[in-house]
Design a binder for this molecule. Sequence first.
Ligand SMILES: Cc1cc2nc3c(=O)[nH]c(=O)nc-3n(C[C@H](O)[C@H](O)[C@H](O)COP(=O)(O)OP(=O)(O)OC[C@H]3O[C@@H](n4cnc5c(N)ncnc54)[C@H](O)[C@@H]3O)c2cc1C
Length: 410
Amino acid sequence: MMREDVNVGRQFNNARREAMQFHPPFSAIVIGAGIVGASTAYFLAKRGVAVQLIDASAPASEATGAADGAVSVASKRPGPMMAAALSGVRLYATLAKEGVFAGAFKHRSTFIVAASDEECAVLEAHSAALATVGVRVDTLSAANLHQRFPVLSLKARLGVEVHDDGHAIGYQIVHRLLTAAQITVDRNTKVDGLAIAKGGRSVTGVSTRRGTIEADAVVIAAGTGSAEFLNAAGVLTPRKGQLLVTERAPRLNAAMPGAIMSGRYLLSKGTQKMANSTPARGLGLVIDPLVTGQFLIGGTREEFGDRQSNDIDAVSRILAEAVALVPGLASLRLLRSFSGLRTAVVDGLPLVGRMPGFDNAYIATGFEGDGICLGPVTGKSIVQLICGEAPEVDLTPFDPSRFERSGEKL
Ligand SMILES: Cc1cc2nc3c(=O)[nH]c(=O)nc-3n(C[C@H](O)[C@H](O)[C@H](O)COP(=O)(O)OP(=O)(O)OC[C@H]3O[C@@H](n4cnc5c(N)ncnc54)[C@H](O)[C@@H]3O)c2cc1C
């Protein structure tokens, strides 16, 4: 971690800060205005905490602005990520009902379709696993699938409808959260390090080129930028994804009762155990019919490349696979291609909790391809943790101290 011992020029009253840490009003800095930081700031502000949200660039300028936006349990396996995703989807529905996400969260099913023997086998096992944790799934034979989803090509041999999933555009959600809580982001302000009190166990704020900004608690939600705050190299790694957006096609769009996820997505995404064996460039096809009448088509998982570029190999592979499943897409114009970097943790689980070694610094990052779904519920949970309450999501499996226990020094 980039730590800066600073003399803050004031007597830091530990007892007082400990009390303020758990009982608002207190002050907090959130580093990073992606969906995780914006959600954390929203839930802090709702409790009356004086919160400063600081971003090196602008709100939703990184992964949150480059995601395909599935708010979904469809690709999860039973375990801590599934439990978190179920809570995540529920919270989206609640916030939509309350008005904060109204019109920005679209309820829809995800249809996972298999086109090969390998995909059929994976899908059958996956569907059974989803059902064991109470997810509403229907298995559709080829005939049923084509009746329900007539725009699919005959390549689709088996389908599973995962009910109660949804979709949201990351940057719209960030905008809703910031507007609802009346939060103004400190833009173009890179945090260079934590300001650490004498004694080393507590932070007094953060250091920036504008000097030290003080607060009672600090939350690091900086996506791939969070790596700079860790001592351990290799715990966080960027994983690139490339996505495409088509023009509007209202009739084709209306003929799709939900998003299509190819069985290969399950193979490309990998399970938590397989996280280390993800191929250098995986392609897991998801075709999402947007409320605008357009289609969002993704995406790759790549261990190389920069976040700004798209390449013709990836774009043409995504398009070829999409058209093979939904032939009607062939006549549409491609409007836009873009890419972003997911933040992956080496063991496949995010880092959410208190920073090891500190009383009042927290981290929430490493959501790989699930941060749109998990962002709001993570923000709510980490604020509950800061305030000494039981978090909505069990954060124990995501505790950053697991790396300390395994010999790393975070
Ligand atoms: C191609 C692609 C497809 C995806 N599809 C989905 C999907 O369908 N469903 C889903 O749930 N998730 C999806 N994701 C994942 C999701 O986008 C991320 O998990 C989520 O956006 C992470 O949010 P975040 O707030 O942690 O990070 P980010 O959105 O990356 O935000 C981090 C912020 O921190 C700021 N920052 C960094 N360093 C500093 C610093 N030192 N000081 C100040 N600010 C700093 C950055 O400028 C940035 O604004 C996808 C991601 C990609 C790339």
